[in-house]
Structure formats: C-alpha cells, structure tokens
Design a protein around this ligand. Sequence first.
Ligand code: SIN
Length: 282
Amino acid sequence: MRVEPLTCAIGAELIGVNLSHAVRDDELFAEIKSALFTHKVLFLRDQSLSRADHVGFARRFGELEDHPVLGSVPDHPGLVRIYKTPEHPPDRYENAWHSDATWREIPQFGAVLHCLECPTVGGDTMWTNMALAYQNLPQHIKTQIADLRARHSIEASFGAVMPLEKRLALKAQFPDAEHPVVRTHPETGEQILYVNGFTTHFTNFHTPARVRYGQDGNPGAADLLRYLISQAYIPEYQVRWRWTPRCVAIWDNSATQHYAVMDYPPTHRKMERAGIIGTRPF
Ligand code: SIN
C-alpha cells in the first residue's frame, strides 16, 4: 500500500489497495486505520466494492447506523443513500460544513462513502482538519472556550425544511445533543474544535467573567460561535476531492468536517455512505 498525501494539512490517496481485501485481511485493515488517524481522510480510486463489502469494511471500525431523514439501501441497513437523480431529485442542500450526526448524543466516528455515479465535472467533496483549526486558534480564544459546551440540533438543520408537525416529531425522536466545544480525539488524543453547521448555541456561556452586560451574552456568544464555526472555511486546513465512479473516501468524523459542493444539478450524482457509530465526545 502506498500512501500519497494530497495537501500539507489533510487527506491522502491510497494506491495499490483493493478495499474488499481489507474486509478480511487484518494487517491491511490495521494499515488503513493507522493511515486514517494520520491523514484524517483517505481516498481510493477504481474500487470494485460490492455493497456487502462496503458494509463489511465499514463494520470493521464499529457498528453502522441509518439516517432518520436520508434513508438506506433496501437489504443493506447502515448504507445511507445520497442520490441526486431524476428519481431522487435534490430536496435539500448538502453544502454546509458539518461533521456527521453531531445532533446525536453519540455522533459518528467516521464514514465510508462510495461513488456510484457522478458528473464528469462538479460534485466534489471538501474536508477540513479541525485538529489543525484548534491548534492554530489564538491562545486567548483557546482559554475562552476551554470549558464551553454547545447544542447540536437535527431540528434546526434537517428539520428546518419540514412542516411543523413533522419537525416536532423528528425533534421528539432526536432531542438536541450537547457536546464540548473542544473535544479530545478518542484514539489520537488530539484536541479538536467541535462546532459545525449543526451547532446552534453555547449552553454554559453565562459566567460573571464572560457576561457583564446583556450584549456580552447576545450577540457576544453568537459572534464567538460564528467565529469558531468559520474556522472550517480556511483553505489551508482543507482538501478537495474530485470524484470518479468507483472512488471511495474514508474519513474520521471526530477530527474533520466536510462539505459536498452542490454545483452539478441538473447532472446526476449517486453516492452510498456507511456511517460508523462512535463514542460520547469528551
Ligand atoms: C455527506 O456525508 O455529507 C455527503 C458527502 C458527499 O455526498 O459528498
């Protein structure tokens, strides 16, 4: 296996690997896992990956889960359909920086995304390194956010386009989750800036030191959150991947965010994603 870094910050292409072999080959799987923790997102071209092997490979990292809004491939629970075709016209945007399912109490550890069909140009996906984003924050910001916690909401994201009753039912099933603003990576020990497009507000901002007058709390807290969320937009932390059919991306959701560039309609794009359950952020 050859590992070719794609930027100075994040992402590497794996050359000479057949991912379906990694379903059963412990040594190969261990090499891929180690490369994932180093580079945070891995890419492989020209794979012949059956749905069973896609699920089988992803399950080596942990149990898979479905998505309450996106829906899964029939007969393959855990394989979420991200289809933009005439039969599945785009009904919502994807172009928001996020880490998958942080609206869950236990967000996803990572994901394996397989490209079945894509436009010849357009439909790229971008990833950003949130460990580097934390590392490069000014020290006074690191001090300010050290003990902060924040709310993450499916209601305010996927639910926001739904009629009221449907949105409230979704919220009842998936109440907002609360996570630390800076989390520790469960495997590498890195400190990670952990706010994204699903984050709505800080839950413990109001201390006498932080809030002397109303303006410190509002808009003060919202301004700080917006600043932290905007760190994901910095190009020096990013990689951008151009898909071809049969490409696979594997990413670490604890340490990254991603953004699917939706510049391709009316062209089609068909992806399947295995989302791997993680651990409670601390
Ligand atoms: C996602 O997991 O947000 C989808 C990424 C993509 O379709 O490129």
